[in-house]
Design a protein around this ligand. Structure first.
Ligand code: AP5
Length: 209
């Protein structure tokens, strides 16, 4: 099953994709994670996109599409995948259509106030990408990753100015994809405001329909 997860920043796409990849035995492909890994490894791509990610703006379409094209060509995608954070513009959606058959687009619906709370409280383990929330999903020891014992960090783009910019970018460039996929009959909207276990249940239920 080839799935796209759509929704505002911080709606819980990554959290649910991480749980679902086990359930469906398909890879979770997050363009945000791919860019962050390139930044961490100081590759040419990483150097090019570092400032863009910190500000909350979008990486140029051509760069993003090429990265996704290469990732989808890997062997582990044969039985399907969850694309998280791609496409984010109509141009990217048109490009995706020419490279893959998408079975469903799950739209994570969450109001702005909750989005801001989730993003501002998110903490991550830099080496593994494991995600926590200071209130909703705290680590066992404050500020420390449960498994590696490393210090948790706040993503640069989870600071206030970047959050506001990401929300604006989402409204202008990504939200139009809701109508785009609705017209194609692929859109499945899920209320993302409940606890992760409940949201996972809702996503699995809409996909079974
Ligand atoms: P990316 O990493 O994709 O950021 P995003 O879409 O803004 O998504 P997030 O990772 O912030 O949120 P999420 O929905 O996965 O939420 P999460 O599960 O972590 O992209 C980063 C940047 O990369 C972009 O700004 C751009 O620069 C670039 N980029 C990426 N893709 C691109 C593209 N296609 N084109 C161009 N540029 C691109 O949850 C958030 C928090 O809430 C966590 O703390 C979590 O613990 C908590 N939480 C999750 N679910 C729940 C719940 N149900 N209840 C309570 N708390 C919850």
């Amino acid at each position: 099953m080839n799935l796209v997860f759509l929704g505002p920043p911080g709606a819980g796409k990554g959290t649910i994709a991480t749980a679902m990849k086990e359930e469906l035995s398909i890879p979770h492909i997050s363009t945000g994670d791919l860019f962050r890994s390139a930044i961490k490894n100081e590759t040419e791509l990483g150097k090019k996109v570092k400032e863009i990610l910190a500000s909350g703006n979008l990486v140029p379409d051509e760069v993003t599409i090429e990265m996704v094209r290469e990732r989808l060509a890997e062997n582990d995608t044969e039985n399907g995948y969850i694309l998280d954070g791609f496409p984010r513009t109509i141009f990217q959606a048109d490009a995706l259509q020419s490279m893959a058959d998408i079975d469903a687009v799950v739209n994570f619906d969450l109001e702005t106030e909750s989005v801001v709370k989730r993003l501002s409280g998110r903490r991550v383990c830099k080496s593994t990408g494991r995600t926590y929330h200071i209130l909703y999903n705290p680590p066992k020891v404050e500020g420390i990753d449960d498994e590696t014992g490393e210090q948790l960090i706040q993503r640069d783009d989870d600071k206030e100015d970047a959050i506001l910019n990401r929300l604006e970018v989402y409204k202008k460039q990504t939200e139009p994809l809701i109508a785009y996929y609705s017209e194609k009959g692929l859109l499945k909207t899920v209320d993302a405001s409940s606890a992760p276990e409940k949201v996972l249940e809702l996503v699995l239920a809409v996909l079974k329909k």
